[in-house]
Design a protein around this ligand. Structure first.
Ligand SMILES: Cc1cc2nc3c(=O)[nH]c(=O)nc-3n(C[C@H](O)[C@H](O)[C@H](O)COP(=O)(O)O)c2cc1C
Length: 170
């Protein structure tokens, strides 16, 4: 899939079917995270890949606004090093790389924001020093029931030409 098509069609998926992603696909998705750029090339991240079905179901307890994690093929817990200055930006870029790569391979995802982080750390044996940026579920889905991309603000509302307040004329 061409990059702009990927970006412009990407939408959050919260209902998944039971098809499993192969290890080649999973590997590509996590590689997209590992290869992200970061300030000073700090790479202030680690990733916990979850493929085990029992664990994915259990994770629903800790993913407060993303219980759909129980339905997916795999998930990635994105860990951020709090000692690195730009860790939130860097890890977010890694997360977006993974989501876009997955989308290009016909896998849906959805950022899960509300998490019981202590519960997840305890359940997955994650050392205390790490912060959890997000948990990303990944799975195949029925294209016909995925809602269309949510409406964005119009170009007129968000673009300025050369200086603030001058509209870009089509
Ligand atoms: C930082 C962030 C946190 C989010 N948290 C959640 C969440 O906890 N649960 C959820 O279902 N969607 C979550 N989303 C998805 C957004 O609701 C979604 O991206 C937005 O409504 C636009 O819809 P779209 O992604 O389908 O275009 C989050 C997205 C971002 C960027």
């Amino acid at each position: 899939m061409e990059v702009f098509e990927c970006v412009s069609t990407l939408s959050s998926v919260r209902m998944y079917d039971d098809r499993e992603a192969g290890m080649d696909v999973i590997r590509k998705v996590i590689e997209a995270g590992r290869l992200a750029p970061s300030a000073h090339n700090d790479q202030p991240w680690e990733f916990v890949l979850i493929t085990d079905k029992t664990r994915l179901r259990e994770m629903a307890k800790y993913c407060i606004s993303g219980s759909f994690i129980s339905q997916v093929s795999f998930a990635v817990v994105v860990l951020a090093d709090p000692d690195s200055k730009w860790q939130q930006i860097d890890t977010t870029r890694a997360a977006q790389n993974m989501v876009l790569t997955a989308w290009s391979l016909n896998l849906g995802s959805c950022w899960i924001g509300r998490l019981d982080k202590d519960g997840i750390k305890n359940y997955l044996n994650i050392p205390a020093k790490w912060d959890i940026l997000t948990v990303l579920p990944f799975g195949y889905f029925n294209n016909k029931i995925v809602p269309h991309k949510k409406l964005r603000k119009s170009p007129e509302e968000v673009f300025h030409l050369n200086e603030y307040g001058t509209k870009i004329i089509e």
